[in-house]
Each structure stands twice: as structure tokens, then as C-alpha cells.
Design a protein around this ligand. Structure first.
Ligand code: 6PG
Length: 471
């Protein structure tokens, strides 16, 4: 009998997905370029399971039932093109290639167009949840033809995470071509924003209000019992509790403050600029990582650039409670930006996104999973055409009632000289979005002044230019 699915690339994500697929009742044929790695897997974790190896693409393809389903779990970029080129001569029309890596969505668009023209199906599939998710249930975001989705559906629904609320699998058809990888990219952009908002609250409460890592662990653990309940808050509490075995200090205090990035957050910002969608809090998160990377410059500057470095002297528990509410408001505002970006992209690339479905499959399995996502799902179910999440009654009220806390927290950070790029941008987004009139009238006048770029008027139709004279 033939194997249900093939997998190329036995890195940790690939290996764990294979084990997950097999545990759910499917046989898997695997291939890895470095054959010793494959043999180690077959003799180790895969021993005694319906997992078979292949020493070539010919043998991989021969082992698979038709139409063949082959999942590529190789490093995003040139490696994906390389594997596609090598495997293609062995395929038949109707076979389905799936890229489960963090590929750039425009690469997926290109591959999709090329492979579709040759009669193959190409599925760009976002997978979130890290190593544990891959093994026990990730959130899965596949894009491609509907036909290929139907062919993959039985496997994907089995291996995906199940939401606590209703037991539904965290996978759905995202849309054509690069839709799945686009959604995964925005997921990561929101992930960056969420992480940065948490980091700024941590900074304010530790550097500003003097809370120890252990005290903060308790704060985050308590928050995780309420409306902030989420994976990122949960791991933050666990991280803050961990003691370094060498120094006996909280481990977090001895970790170098230079954040790295593989690029998906940056892609989200770059694309948002391209299609004209404002996502200031995601941008702030990307910028904050870049700023953190200037460690030696910052060390030098810290000696010569002065500003407030005071400690918070007000009521600590009041600040903690304000921080909790501010973090929730910030999160909602970051999600509002991410969902709006998806809405804009849906039109730009004809992805025809179902925003309720996207929020639904982010409820479990992925890095940004949070109880908030259940509420977001409901908001888009109530009104699929919702222009902005903030216009949903429940979310409007959620931000309205917490904006005072957000303002207080941002104000405190500013007074103490603690940078809060993400929190303050979330607040500014709220204030800009709810402004009937912004100062862009002046910007337009300036453009017309120095470059005769023209402007429109509020009181009559047409395009106008003024002879401004010289300054
Ligand atoms: C996920 C994550 C994952 C991502 C890492 C690292 O959804 O499982 O988003 O795909 O690769 O979190 O991302 P950075 O290196 O860019 O921080």
C-alpha cells in the first residue's frame, strides 16, 4: 500500500509534522538530502511507525498514492525553488506540492503561477506554533486551489490544533496563490507587536517601578487568568520565573538585550507600506528590534545623552492595574491594524479573505493564540464587512473604557524616559483613526507651496493650486 503523504526536509519542524501526521492515522514517506539525518530519524523517533524513508525523489514519489501530496519543510528562499526544480520531473499533472515554510508570499505567488501553468497544484501553507505546535497541533494557513485544499483537508484537520471553545480544528482555506503565506506573515507581524507591547510593559514595571523578575512573574501569571489570557503572556510568566543556573540571577536579567529577526515582521511592514495600510504598532515593533540591535551605539550614547531616569513614585498596584488594561487596549489596537491590513490585502491581491475564519484558526496552536481571538472571531461573524475592528460595539467599548489606562501608562513611560514605541503608537493610532480632521491639510498646503502638487478643498469640487509667492 502507498503512503498518504510525502515530506521533504527533516528539520525539527518537518520531523514533528511527520510524527503528528502519523499519530493521526496516516502513513508518511520522507526524504532528506542529508541521508544520515533521515536514517537517524527512522531509527529513532520514527521507529515502529508508518514512516518510510526514500533515498531519492524517484523513490519518494513512487511510494505515494495519487494525486501525490508532498509537503516541503525546507528553509524559505532559494532552497524551496531548488527542491521544486529537482522534484518536478518526477511529478504528474494533478500532484500537489505544499510549501510549509515561512516563505515570502510573493515568492509563493510566483511559484504558484509557474506550477499551475504546468498542471500541478501548489499550496503555500503557513504553519504556526513552533516545535511543540508542529508535533501536537499547529495553526495551519493553507492557500492555493480549492481542489488541493479538499485533497489536503482530511489530513490537515486531523493534525491541526483544536480550539478549546468548540473543538474546531485551527485550519481553513485561506484563499488562492500566496494567500496562506500572506496570512502567516501578518500573523507574525501581530506576533512582533504583541511581544513588543509585553516587553514595554515589562520595562515600565521593572526599570520604572522597580518590580523584580519574580514579582513580575506573579503579575503576568495573574494576568493570564483574565482577559489577557494567551500563550505569550503565559510564557512571559514562565520566563520571568526562570533562575540562571550559573549566576543564580533571574535568567532574563542575563540575556543580551539585542532582538533578532528572521524577516517576517519586516515583510509585514514592507508590504503594508506597499499597499498603503497603516500598521504603526507592528512597524514600531520591527523598529524596536532594529533599535535593540544597535547595542554598542546605545551603550556609548547612554553615557552622553541625558534624560529622565527616575523611578516611579506613585502607587504601584495602581500602575500595575493600569498596565494590565493598557496592554489589553494595545493588543486590541494592534489586532485592529493587522486585521485592517488583511482587509486591504484581500482587495489588492483578490484573496477574498474571510476575516472571521482567520481569527478563528488563530485561537489555538499558533504563537499569538489568545482568548481575545475568540472575541475577534465573533466580531467578524457578527459583521463580515466590518471596516475596522474598533467599530465593532464590543471592541469600541473595550478600548474606550481602557484608553484612560493606556494614556496614563504612556504618560508615565514618557515621564520616566522609558521608550514605549508600540504602546504610544497604538494610542496614536486610536487618536488618529477617531479624528475627523487631521493636520494633513497643512501637509497638502506645504506640498503645493514648494512643488505645486495641488490640493483639494473641503467646500468645493476640483483640484486647486495657489500662487504662494515666496516665504
Ligand atoms: C510561529 C512563529 C515562527 C517564527 C519565529 C521566529 O508562528 O510559529 O512565528 O514562524 O519563525 O517566531 O520569528 P523571528 O525570528 O522573526 O522572530
Amino acid at each position: 500500500t502507498k503512503a498518504s503523504i510525502g515530506l521533504v526536509g527533516l528539520g525539527v519542524m518537518g520531523r514533528n509534522l511527520v510524527l503528528n501526521i502519523e499519530r493521526n492515522g496516516f502513513s508518511v514517506a520522507v526524504y532528506n538530502k542529508t541521508q544520515s539525518k533521515m536514517h537517524a530519524f527512522l531509527q529513532g523517533e520514527a521507529a515502529g511507525k508508518r514512516i518510510t524513508g526514500s533515498d531519492s525523489y524517484t523513490s519518494l514519489v513512487e511510494q505515494l498514492e495519487r494525486p501525490r501530496r508532498i509537503l516541503l519543510m525546507v528553509t524559505a528562499g532559494a532552497a524551496v525553488d531548488g527542491v521544486i526544480e529537482e522534484i518536478k520531473p518526477h511529478l504528474e499533472p494533478g500532484d500537489i506540492l505544499i510549501d510549509g515554510g515561512n516563505s515570502f508570499f510573493l515568492d509563493t505567488e510566483r511559484r504558484s503561477v509557474a506550477l499551475t501553468a504546468e498542471g500541478f497544484h501548489f499550496v503555500g501553507m503557513g504553519v504556526s506554533g513552533g516545535e511543540e505546535g508542529a508535533l501536537w497541533g499547529p495553526s495551519i494557513m493553507p492557500g492555493g486551489s480549492r481542489e488541493s485544499w479538499e485533497a489536503l483537508r482530511p489530513i490537515l484537520e486531523k493534525i491541526a490544533a483544536k480550539a478549546e471553545e468548540d473543538g474546531a480544528p485551527c485550519v481553513a482555506y485561506m484563499g488562492p496563490r500566496g494567500a496562506g503565506h500572506y496570512v502567516k506573515t501578518v500573523h507574525n507581524g501581530i506576533e512582533y507587536a504583541d511581544m513588543q507591547l509585553i516587553a514595554e510593559i515589562y520595562d515600565l514595571l521593572s526599570r520604572g517601578a522597580g518590580l523584580s523578575a519574580a514579582e513580575l512573574a506573579d503579575v503576568f501569571a495573574a494576568w493570564n487568568q483574565g482577559e489577557l489570557r494567551s500563550y505569550l503572556i503565559e510564557i512571559t510568566a514562565a520566563i520571568l520565573r526562570r533562575v540562571d543556573e550559573w549566576t543564580g540571577q533571574p535568567l532574563v536579567d542575563v540575556i543580551l538585550d539585542e532582538a533578532q529577526q528572521k524577516g517576517t515582521g519586516k515583510w509585514t511592514s514592507q508590504n503594508a507600506f506597499d499597499i498603503g495600510a497603516p500598521i504603526p504598532t507592528i512597524n514600531a515593533a520591527v523598529e524596536s528590534r532594529i533599535l535593540s540591535g544597535l547595542k554598542s551605539e546605545r551603550v556609548a550614547a547612554s553615557r552622553v545623552l541625558h534624560g529622565p531616569t527616575g523611578h516611579y513614585t506613585g502607587n504601584r498596584s495602581e500602575l500595575i492595574e493600569a498596565a494590565r488594561a493598557a496592554l489589553y487596549a494595545g493588543k486590541v489596537l494592534a489586532y485592529a491594524q493587522g486585521m485592517s491590513l488583511l482587509r486591504t490585502a484581500s482587495q489588492e491581491y483578490q484573496y477574498n479573505f474571510d476575516l472571521a475564519e482567520i481569527a478563528r484558526i488563530w485561537r489555538a496552536g499558533c504563537i499569538i493564540r489568545a482568548s481575545l481571538l475568540g472575541n475577534i472571531t465573533n466580531a467578524y461573524r457578527r459583521n463580515p464587512g466590518l471596516t475596522n475592528l474598533l467599530l465593532d460595539d464590543a471592541f469600541r467599548e473595550a478600548v474606550e473604557t481602557r484608553q484612560g489606562a493606556l494614556r496614563r501608562v504612556v504618560q508615565t513611560a514618557i515621564e520616566l524616559g522609558i521608550p514605549a514605541l508600540a504602546l504610544s503608537s497604538a494610542l496614536a493610532y486610536y487618536d488618529a483613526y477617531r479624528s475627523e480632521r487631521l493636520p494633513a491639510n497643512l501637509t497638502q498646503a506645504q506640498r503645493d507651496f514648494f512643488g505645486a502638487h495641488t490640493y483639494r478643498r473641503v467646500d468645493r469640487e476640483g483640484i486647486f493650486h495657489t500662487e504662494w509667492g515666496s516665504a
